[in-house]
Design a binder for this molecule. Structure first.
Ligand code: NAP
Length: 297
């Protein structure tokens, strides 16, 4: 347990539900390891109560917050400032409080790119396909472009987020050195061309988890080939159908477990100005069986 004193500052996680999150355990251990007299709690807050909640917390010298679903978009209107990357992504997952001024950031993109980079993948000059353009997909796409991906293919179905995905591709092409385009996820021929040209394929749809567990976001496993690196942002289950198919096809595979670790590390750095003890946190909370087995079987 962290020692609570008269000086202890607090902050934590805003969203609903939040009780399943490992962020409190992760950050409290990191504060303890670094000798920082802060505690991290989880607050179940729905979007309709966000404004009044932040108004009160702002007065109470909080260090900041993480923000999760369903508050990531709605929180932006209550902040004094939003970073350029978070604005392009259209979502905030970290808030920093400096003397009552709240600034929103998005560390999901950093978490994505750091977790891919530590597997030895080089973004500079690469071509990549990403399936899905919701909150997580947008963060990964923007960060990959900022990190030097040359061509980015966003594949989405023609539903809810199709228009916004097109606008994202246009914005990335205009504001970074990356050429981004949008493909219909249900157009098998077009999708095959994009994946063939890519060295990295990322699943940012929820297909493969919960009710859709056992399903793949790809229409056909033949779209996978040896030499392709495949990342699934899903980490529960640790091995999705897509990752199983990819391993069978000889791809290098990994899941989104360490994305979670690295987005937390970046939030910790933004709040404290210090590095999170990443290896200790990794050993304590991210060392589950099969979590990161990555080599083709
Ligand atoms: P989201 O905002 O709801 O976006 C989901 C995206 O997938 C949208 O583009 C959506 O398109 C598409 N999609 C949904 N169902 C689909 C289906 N049946 N077939 C094809 N496309 C479908 O969700 P999110 O927050 O970005 O999360 C996406 C995934 O990433 C989830 O599995 C989540 O657990 C994971 N994630 C992982 C991390 C991590 O740290 N590893 C962090 C955040 C999220 P429509 O708009 O048309 O529905």
């Amino acid at each position: 347990m962290n020692q609570i004193t008269g000086h202890t500052r607090f902050g934590g996680l805003l969203g609903s539900p939040v009780s399943h999150s490992i962020s409190p355990a992760m950050h409290n251990m990191a504060f303890r390891e670094r000798g920082i007299d802060w505690v991290y709690l989880a607050f179940d807050v729905t979007p309709d109560r966000l404004g009044e909640t932040l108004k009160v917390f702002r007065e109470l010298n909080v260090f900041g917050f993480n923000v999760t679903m369903p508050d990531k978009q709605s929180v932006m209107e209550y902040l004094d400032e939003v970073s350029a990357a978070a604005r392009m992504i259209g979502a905030v997952n970290t808030i920093v409080n400096r003397d009552g001024r709240l600034t929103g950031h998005n560390t999901d993109g950093y978490g994505f790119s750091e977790s891919v980079r530590e597997k030895g993948f080089e973004f500079a000059g690469a071509e990549m396909t990403i399936l899905g353009a919701g909150g997580a997909g947008r963060a990964a796409a923007v960060q990959a472009a900022l990190d030097g991906v040359k061509k980015l293919h966003i594949a989405n179905r023609r539903t809810r987020s199709w228009k916004a995905a097109g606008e994202l591709a246009e914005q990335i092409s205009r504001m970074t050195d990356c050429e981004a385009d949008l493909t219909d996820l249900d157009d098998r021929t077009a999708l095959a061309q994009k994946i063939d040209a890519s060295s990295l394929l990322v699943n940012a749809t929820p297909v493969g988890m919960a009710a859709q567990s056992g399903k793949s976001p790809l229409p056909d496993p033949d779209l996978l080939r040896e030499g392709l690196t495949v990342m699934d942002l899903i980490y529960d289950p640790a091995r999705t159908r897509l990752l199983e198919d990819a391993r069978r096809a000889g791809c290098r595979t990994f899941n989104g477990m360490y994305m979670l670790l690295w987005q937390g590390a970046e939030a910790f750095r933004l709040w404290t100005g210090q590095e999170m003890p990443v290896e200790k946190i990794r050993r304590s909370f991210f060392a589950g069986p099969e979590d990161q087995r990555e080599d083709p079987v």
